[in-house]
Write a protein that binds this ligand. Structure first.
Ligand code: ZN
Length: 336
């Protein structure tokens, strides 16, 4: 157990790195994109997990009769994931039992702990390093062709947060922690409201509320895992070669549980006529979209090979509900 704050951060971070190596998490994400699946890590480690409504608590770690984790069902998925990672930290670092309320999300560095053992700081450092490691930010930046300077744009920081399954604010804070951006830039980012970014992406489409997330997806997300929640919206921007007769077919999107609420073509280059266009489709979840969504750019009247194709591995069934976690359900479906 750490005896000072800096030691707690070091040991929590190191334990998260060890776990990522043991479970092969980095290799998986380098290929499939997406986030560190905290609930799947808990499943692979065989740590008992209970998801249920919790009064006044986000989660808990209990050590008797056997170590186990409790996580509330009454918070958005990014909070559930951070809480689960924090409780897993308590478990792996063999801490005393812990009941964790909202202070988990707002704890300041060096906050005094009644035990004097820095176990909360250690579990927090574990959770951040497990969920939002620096290599994960780098992997998404490579895939999306974002530079470090691009991260200072709120809409890019927001899209990165969705792909990492972390809250917008937690994502921005890591930019300072990893010295990617200076403190004042990060504070300006945190002041930006995700609602404004969502509304800018949705343009004329007005959702019932702005609680759901808005994913801006392009060819760069091909083959990725999109792990979101029931009221999320997709805005797809895809290059389309209409002058050669190729158009994108979004039927699979509709059969996967989406409703298309906006579909427009915009000139990719305003100086050219008749060349490539950007097909911009806004799709809201109609059912609970889950599974592989395959999109193809083809000539509708010719059964020829598509010019381009994109598949997305979509699961918009979050947040976690009472009972088995989504990772446990997915695993059970695979082994049946
Ligand atoms: Zn705790």
């Amino acid at each position: 157990m750490a005896t000072d704050y800096a030691g707690a951060v070091r040991s929590g971070t190191a334990a998260a790195g060890r776990l990522q190596r043991e479970l092969g998490i980095r290799d998986l994400i380098e290929v499939h994109g997406g986030c560190v699946d905290i609930f799947d890590a808990i499943r692979m480690l065989d740590v008992p997990l209970m998801l249920r409504p919790l009064k006044g608590l986000l989660g808990a770690y209990l050590s008797a009769p056997v170590p186990g984790i409790l996580v509330t069902t009454e918070r958005p998925m990014s909070i559930q994931r951070f809480t689960a990672a924090h409780e897993l930290g308590h478990c792996i670092l063999q801490h005393e039992p812990s009941l964790d309320d909202e202070s988990v999300l707002r704890r300041m560095p060096n906050s005094p702990e009644p035990s004097g053992k820095f176990q909360e700081a250690e579990a927090d450092a574990f959770a951040v390093a497990l969920m939002i490691p620096k290599w994960l930010i780098a992997a998404h930046c490579r895939r999306q062709d974002w530079t470090t300077a691009d991260l200072a744009h709120p809409h890019i920081a927001y899209q990165l947060s969705l792909r990492m399954g972390a809250s917008y604010e937690a994502t921005c804070r890591t930019f300072e922690r990893y010295r990617l951006l200076p403190g004042p830039t990060v504070r300006r980012l945190i002041d930006a409201q995700p609602r404004v970014m969502k509304s800018a992406l949705l343009r004329d489409y007005k959702p019932v509320n702005y609680r759901g997330d808005v994913w801006h997806l392009t060819e760069r997300d091909a083959g990725s895992r999109i792990d979101g929640s029931r009221n999320d919206t997709f805005v797809l921007s895809l290059k389309e070669h209409g002058a050669s007769g190729f158009v994108w077919d979004f039927n699979d999107l509709v059969s996967s549980g989406f409703a298309i609420v906006c579909d427009v073509r915009e000139s990719a280059d305003p100086n050219t006529v008749g060349g490539t266009a950007i097909r911009r489709v806004t799709a809201v979840s109609d059912d609970i979209p889950r599974g592989t969504v395959a999109l193809e750019e083809r000539r509708p009247w010719l059964p020829s090979q598509p010019l381009s194709q994109i598949s997305l591995d979509v699961d918009l069934s979050g947040p976690e509900q009472s009972g088995l976690s989504r990772a446990e359900r997915r695993h059970l479906l695979q082994v049946v």
